[in-house]
Every structure is written in C-alpha cells, then in structure tokens.
Design a protein around this ligand. Structure first.
Ligand code: NAD
Ligand code: UGA
Length: 448
C-alpha cells in the first residue's frame, strides 16, 4: 500500500516528536498530528522556543518539517478521513476509579480514538497502537472499529514507542529497534509491510522487528518493567552501601563492567519518576493478577515498593539530619523535572520528596531550569492532596533563575541531575544528592 497521508491522534510527548521525525525522514508523506486540546495544537504551530514539549534537537526537526509536510491541526474528523494510516498516541494513565483502580490502564482515551476512527473513516485504514497498552488491547479496538464503523476494513498494528524523554530525537533517529506487531493474515502482513517501508527510510532493516500483535504489546510493558527493575535493584543496594561503608557508584561500576550485565541503568537515584515506569508496572501487575499469576504479580510489584521506599528514605535522611523537625529550616530544592533535559515533571520524585519536607515544616525554595512555576504549583495541587493545607505561600517559593539561588540556606536537595547543578558552589552548604550518594565527600555534607 502506498501511504500518502498519516494522521496521529495525540500531540503529546510521543505524538509530537515521533511524527516530527517521520515527517522529516519521509518528505513524500504528509503527516498531520491532531489533538483534542486546541491550545496544544496552537503551541505546536507557534514559536519554536515555546513548543509544548522540550527536547534537545526537537525544535530544529519541527522547524524543517513544518515548512514542508508536518502539520498540527484540531480537525480530527477531516484528518482521520484523509489518512491511510492512523497512529493512536494518546495517554494511557492508571485508572483512578472503577474496576482495577490504582493499577489497570485507563483505556478511555484509546477507546475514544477508536470511536472517532470508526465514525469518520470512509475508506480502509491501518490503525496503529503507538500508546503503551495492556496485552490484547488490539482485540478491544477491533471490536469498537467493527461495531461502530461503516463497513470499511481496518487493520490493527502494535508499534510501541521506546524513546526516552530528554534523548527523544536521538532515540528516534537511531532506535535500538522498531517493533511492529501485526496479524498473520495476508492483509495483516501487508499492513506490517506498509509500516516497515516507512521506518526503512532511516532505520536499518535488521533493526525492524516484526512479531505478532500480542508479543509487541507485551514487549513494551516488559521492557519498561525490566529497566525499572534495574533501577530498583541498584537503589535497594544503595541503602546497604550507606550502612556498610561500600560506595554505590563504585558498586555500580564494578557490576556494570560484567558485559553480561552492562553499565546502563545502574545509576542509583532518589527513585525513578516519569509518567510511564510506575503506571506500566502497575498495569503489568494487574494483568498478572487478572490471569491468576499472583507470584509473578508480587515479583513486579516489589519494583514499585522499593521505588517508594527510596523516595521516602531520601526525604527521611534530610529530616533526620535536622533532628526530626524541619520547622523554619530553609531548603533549596534543585530540580523538579523527573529527569534532566526535559520539562516533564509527571510522577517526579521531587514532588514526593518536597511534600515530605514541607510536611515536616521546611521552607522550600524550588528551582528547575525547564519546569515553570505554574507547572510546579499544578503538580503540588494535583499530587499533594490534603498535605498541601500548610501555608503554601509562606513556605514555598519558586526561583526563576540559577543566579537568584541562595546556596546559603540550611540545606540543598539535588533532585534532578541537571548539568547546571554540577558546577554550583556548594562550599558552605549541606547537600543531599539524589544520586543515592548521600555520604559522598564531593560535598561538605554535615559540615555546613
Ligand atoms: P501526553 O499526555 O503527553 O499526550 C497525549 C495527548 O493525547 C494529549 O495531548 C491529549 O490531549 C491527547 N488526547 C487524549 N485523548 C484524545 C482523543 N480522544 N482525541 C484527541 N486527542 C486526545 O502523553 P505521552 O507522554 O505522549 O504518552 C502517550 C502514550 O505513549 C502513553 O501510552 C505512554 O505510556 C506512551 N509512551 C510515552 C513515552 C514518553 O516518553 N512520554 C514514551 C513511550 C511511550
Ligand atoms: C523510559 C524508558 O527508558 C523508555 O525506553 C520508554 O519508552 C519510556 O520510559 C516510556 O515508555 O515512557 P523515560 O521515563 O523517558 O523513558 O526516561 P528514563 O531515562 O528511562 O528515566 C526514567 C527514570 O529513571 C528517571 O526518573 C531517571 O532519573 C531514572 N533513572 C534512570 C535512574 O534513577 N537511574 C538510571 O540509571 C536511569
């Protein structure tokens, strides 16, 4: 099949960058990204410095592709109708109510996409799951498309995204692999080939892996679970290091030099954050329970429990340092994003650590180079629940420039590993570094 028009539903952290790269690499295809949020579409069409997603290299890609074959639009129906291939890149958060609340993936946005596709399609379409979904979701999507559609043929593929925020463009240019799951029928395989042909414009063929739909859906959840598992493993050992005098960075290096283990994802931290690891593992745990695999569910749930333990342990270290009470103590919080080089703060460990410090009475001065004051207060409002009832105005301030930071406060907590924080002059400050190296001699900890 000759694909001339692609439509992507969802202009977020995945839809925006992935489609920008497809448009850049496939100048012969028109790529239109649509979203239910018109403000977001406006921002994607606006000045390059104010795109809704901050990613190194993204603005350059958008600049070039937007001049040619990349479009952002709020005309969902028209663009569905026009496209031969439709990506669904909408959010799939953890359910907050109903069956599976707190664990299962909330599929309402995916279902809404499927309904729209069924409603507005007047010709055959290839429909692609780009969002991260529970295994066997394609079955549900097919049901919706068939029951609500007007007789056109839909082929459903799974093509999960593996980019990491902060390195999204580099990851998309040089993916470790592109995974495409499709039906083993002739039309299924034709659809797989149509998508392979798109990626083959810049991804070497041997890196494009085709599987059945269920393997592809599950491989995405499993990949995130295994990455997070490595972080929880090293973080669990950081507490043992602190008691025994072993050094966690030395330990990581020694373990990672075994080529069978490898050095990546062994950096101890204040815990992993981001919108995906926790929700995807919870989803995996839910699926295991659903299929009666209690032991498997418990095994993966432990990855989350260690992560919660690590965030809590870090905040408690700071509180204990001041004798259990932070009333009146001024603490500089460096970093709010869930990792460096992104403006995304969803599920950031900083939110949880700051909450605990705040509850213990601390006066917080927060600074992040990319997360705005509005986003920080939105996060506090969303995540802190009843604990935000303290005096937010007098206890929390957000600094908008590194030059305004007061490093003579009672303590500094480094919660995101931004490069800019490495060269600050901490000489007279008590520094708690979220790299799990609380007793490092790099800073004058305890000698403030
Ligand atoms: P996001 O929240 O940044 O973006 C989702 C967008 O979809 C939003 O702009 C929302 O307005 C839009 N949307 C929701 N329902 C819609 C509908 N019915 N019609 C039109 N627009 C709709 O989410 P994201 O971070 O881009 O993640 C999307 C999916 O990709 C998730 O399943 C996530 O797990 C997966 N994923 C994310 C990353 C990442 O780094 N963020 C990486 C790999 C996979
Ligand atoms: C992660 C995966 O790396 C991507 O492959 C996947 O596509 C994506 O989730 C997703 O499905 O959303 P992301 O969350 O953007 O990407 O970023 P990571 O680099 O994986 O970092 C996640 C968290 O782990 C961050 O809080 C980071 O600071 C932490 N981390 C990472 C550590 O604590 N130690 C490490 O060694 C590595």
């Amino acid at each position: 099949m000759q694909v001339k028009n692609i439509c992507c539903i969802g202009a977020g952290y995945v839809g925006g960058p992935t489609m920008a790269v497809i448009a850049l690499k496939c100048p012969h295809i028109n790529v239109t990204v649509v979203d239910a949020n018109p403000e977001k579409i406006k921002a994607w069409n606006g000045p390059l410095e104010q795109l809704p997603v901050y990613e190194p290299g993204l603005a350059e890609v958008v600049k070039e592709a937007r001049r040619r074959n990349l479009f952002f639009s709020d005309d969902i129906s028209g663009n569905i109708e026009k496209a031969e291939m439709i990506f669904m890149a909408v959010n799939t958060p953890t359910k907050t109510e109903g069956e599976g609340a707190g664990m299962a993936a909330d599929l309402r946005y995916i279902e809404a996409c499927a309904l729209d596709i069924a409603k507005y399609s007047k010709s055959d379409k290839i429909v692609i799951e780009k969002s991260t979904l529970p295994v066997r979701t394609a079955e549900k999507i097919k049901e919706i498309l068939i029951s609500e559609g007007s007789g056109v043929h839909f082929e459903i593929l799974s093509n999960p995204e593996f980019l990491a925020e902060g390195t999204a463009i580099q990851d998309l240019f040089k993916s470790d692999r592109v995974l495409i799951g499709g039906d083993e029928t002739e039309s299924g395989q034709n659809a797989v080939q149509a998508l392979v042909d798109i990626y083959a414009n810049w991804i070497p063929k041997e890196k494009i892996l085709t599987t059945n739909v269920w393997s592809s859906e599950l491989a995405k959840l499993a990949s995130n679970a295994m990455l997070a598992q490595r972080i929880s493993s090293i973080n669990s050992l950081s507490s043992l290091c602190e008691i025994t005098g072993a050094n966690i960075e030395e330990l990581s290096k020694a373990i990672g030099m075994d080529h069978r283990i490898g050095p990546k994802f062994l950096k101890a931290s204040v815990g992993f954050g981001g919108s995906c690891f926790q929700k995807d593992i919870l989803n995996l745990v839910y699926l295991c329970k659903y299929y009666g695999l209690e032991e498997v569910a418990d095994y993966w749930h432990q990855v989350i429990k260690i992560n919660d333990y690590q965030k809590n342990r870090f905040a408690q270290k700071i509180i204990d340092h001041f004798g259990g009470d932070l009333t009146g103590k001024k603490i500089t919080v460096l970093g709010w994003a869930f990792k460096e080089n992104t403006n995304d703060s969803r599920e950031s460990p900083a939110i949880y650590v700051a909450e605990k410090l705040f509850k213990a009475g601390a006066i917080l001065e927060i600074y992040d180079p990319m997360v705005s004051k509005e986003s920080i207060f939105r996060n506090i409002d969303f995540y802190w629940g009843s604990s935000k009832k303290g005096d937010l105005k007098s206890q929390i301030s957000v600094i908008d420039s590194v030059s305004k930071l007061d490093l003579s406060n009672d303590a500094v907590a480094i919660l995101t590993q931004w490069e800019a924080f490495k060269s600050l002059d901490y000489l007279k400050t008590v520094v708690f570094d979220g790299r799990g190296v609380l007793s490092s001699s790099r800073y004058s900890i305890g000698r403030g």
